[in-house]
Design a protein around this ligand. Sequence first.
Ligand code: LMR
Length: 395
Amino acid sequence: IYSKLQIEPADPIIKVMVRSAQDSSPDKVDVTIGVYKDEDGSSLTFPVVKKAKEILHTNDPGHSYTTMQGIPEFNKGARDVVFGEYGKNDNIVTIQTISGTGAIYMATNFLTEAGWKDYYVGNPAWSNYYQTIDFAGGKAHTYTHYDEKAQKIDFDSLLEALNTAPANSIFLLQTCCHNPTGADFSKDQWKTIGELMKKNKLIPILDTAYQGFATGDKYEDAWPVRYFYELNIDFLVCQSFSKNLGLYGERTGALHVVVQDRNLLPNVTSTLLALFRKICSFAPAWGARIAAEVFKSEELTKEWDQNVADVTKRLRTIREKVHQKFVELKTPGDWSPVLVQTGLFWYSGLTEDHIEQLAVHHHVYATTYGRINVSGLNDANIDYFCRAVDTVVRG
Ligand code: LMR
């Protein structure tokens, strides 16, 4: 009965993560998957998360089902985190999801139910977007997000897509710390995007998986979401707490649907619940409970803000050190984008061949399209890493 099944192409991110795990060399440098690593190379449990877990151990909530929409305190807090002062408004429907991927899965399937299936995605994009759109029965159209030669955003390409896409086309945009390029829109660019979206009746999905890691301030990083809210248009926000609370494996996230016609709020809610029932009934509780403890407490929220600021500061310092090293080594090429880009990822411009040589000859593992997770670098390996890059670039 299984003879028709094919071997599916491996996901480009997971593929290199697995390859790296198989290398036991003490020299290994793993800058593959988007997990924040601390200075000692271990994945960080946020200090605030440790405190929230202690509270939950003392007041054990048990393991029963939650509600199909999610844990109410989590949903409320998640909404406030991303919408700020607009979070309390009554025209946002929130459903807890299986982290950011689950939020995108829900958003795409929800829009299929609503009758919309044309997506516009800027390349290069997070590799999983395409599979998810396809799985929801959508069709992906592409434009260029990042001009590889000029090493900056190709805004003209997006403008052309915004001006030519038929009404009700869906644009999947990332609010900050763009994955994989680290190249974000300026506020002026966001304003242009928003005005065109409104004028041309387009549907934005704002994917926000790294809130806080661009400026160190979660509120500031969520500015595009508040700006879109002020436009009074229908839009969706996919939110992940994998990175900015370090809850990767707990699959903690939310989908928020902003609805202009309040008469349709019950229909939106009912469609989301019916969809979620089909895929998994109830979202995982543990991560959402941890997050809810943080949201509920002013003191823990402050500590969370500090944890995020600390992570962002370290990411910035690593970027500066990498740049400085290339200057010292006089490595051929323009390495300034490492300083300009934000978040976890540096879109290095290294070719697939460079990346392969790094793996084979230097035990350095990055994604094949040259994306480097800068948090995998630290004082113990930056020099080794930069010298390895210098060697492969010189050929
Ligand atoms: C990444 O891009 O590395 C992360 O978002 C993890 C993933 O699932 O791809």
